[in-house]
Design a protein around this ligand. Structure first.
Ligand SMILES: Nc1nc2c(ncn2[C@@H]2O[C@H](COP(=O)(O)OP(=O)(O)OP(=O)(O)O)[C@@H](O)[C@H]2O)c(=O)[nH]1
Ligand SMILES: [Mg+2]
Length: 326
């Protein structure tokens, strides 16, 4: 029997008390495409909004196999055990098949973290489009904050558009890299490195240390060529190893330093404000487009006009104007 449908205030109360079952169910609600679920989800979000925003939001990306899951387990355990903080791990993986993204299988790569009472791990929503996944993840992040999570990791695979999306969700963006593999091999575009607030060279162990140190030097030089960031922050390059545990406390200290510096100079708040505004305009654009294409008259005229544009009988601009004026 499916669980009884809760009211928005019941959801809100459950979330604010840190109830994990309610948190999971509320996230399922924001992921749902049913109009009635969406409406309830928006009510829940409105109710808990004053209790959001206090977490440190960290994006983590890197090509498959670089060691994201292993690193999240190591840094995550440091956060929940050593620091005693509540952590949530979310993922943005629009390509994941229905029934659970890679992070779900990943729970086996994060066995201790997955079992820890202070850690909440949630796989990527599996609803195809990146836009849908991004919205659901943004809202899930707010729900996790309302439930008292002080640190939030958002993981994504570094192969495409999804890191731009995650960059727009987080306070700090960590890029994991392998030593010795060429940039092309890592599928890295300059743009992704430019978004990074820090680079972590993974697997600096088992004879790989010298190569890792060399890579650190090279990447540090590459980063120094980028234009001066408005945050006043210079992205550092750190070495990590899940085998020796090296780099884990250092990564946390670096994050603290970033927060202190950017909260002092106002960039931290500004970045969040910009993200909110971007999200606003993005939502308006999407909604307008959806309404436009749903119009009866547009649906009737569109095929003919498409044909005319394709055959060069009408300019795209004129056809667009005609449709927009309908
Ligand atoms: N020696 C060494 N091996 C590591 C380290 N971190 C990860 N590995 C290994 O590298 C492999 C890939 O690690 P994952 O953590 O699964 O990598 P991932 O980036 O999450 O990969 P995807 O989920 O496929 O995107 C595993 O076999 C790990 O055991 C490390 O610090 N040192
Ligand atoms: Mg993984």
């Amino acid at each position: 029997m499916p669980p009884k449908r809760l009211s928005s205030s019941e959801y809100a109360a459950g979330l604010l008390s840190g109830n994990r079952v309610q948190l999971s169910r509320a996230i399922t609600l924001v992921e749902s495409t049913l109009a009635s679920d969406q409406a309830l989800a928006q009510e829940v979000l409105a109710a808990v909004l004053p209790h959001t925003g206090q977490a440190l939001r960290i994006g983590i990306t890197g090509v498959p196999g670089v060691g994201k899951s292993t690193f999240i387990e190591a840094l995550g355990l440091y956060v929940v055990q050593t620091l005693g903080k509540k952590l949530a791990v979310l993922a943005v993986d629009p390509s994941s098949p229905r029934g659970g993204g890679s992070i779900l299988g990943d729970k086996t790569r994060m066995p201790q973290l997955a079992a820890h009472a202070n850690a909440f791990i949630r796989p990527s929503p599996s609803s195809g489009s990146l836009g849908g996944v991004a919205r659901a993840t943004r809202e899930a992040l707010l729900l996790c904050e309302a439930a008292g999570h002080e640190v939030i990791f958002v993981e994504t695979v570094g192969v495409g558009q999804s890191e731009t999306t995650v960059h727009g969700l987080v306070d700090f963006f960590l890029l994991l890299m392998l030593a010795g593999a060429g940039d092309e091999l890592q599928g890295l575009k300059r743009g992704i490195m430019e978004m990074a607030d820090a680079l972590l060279i993974t697997k600096a162990d088992q004879g790989n240390e010298a190569a890792a140190r060399r890579a650190r030097g090279e990447y540090q030089n590459a980063l120094n060529l980028f234009p001066h960031a408005p945050s006043g922050w210079y992205p550092p390059v750190l070495l990590t190893s899940a085998v020796t545990g090296a780099g884990v406390p250092e990564t946390w200290e670096m994050l603290q330093k970033y927060v202190a510096q950017t909260q002092a100079n106002g960039f931290f708040q500004r970045r969040r404000q910009q993200q909110q505004l971007q999200w606003l305009h993005h939502t308006i654009a999407q909604e307008l487009e959806a309404r436009f294409y749903a119009k009866e008259a547009v649906r009737a005229e569109l095929p003919m006009l498409q044909q005319a544009v394709a055959e060069g009988r009408q300019t795209p601009f004129a056809a667009a104007q005609q449709l927009l004026n309908l």
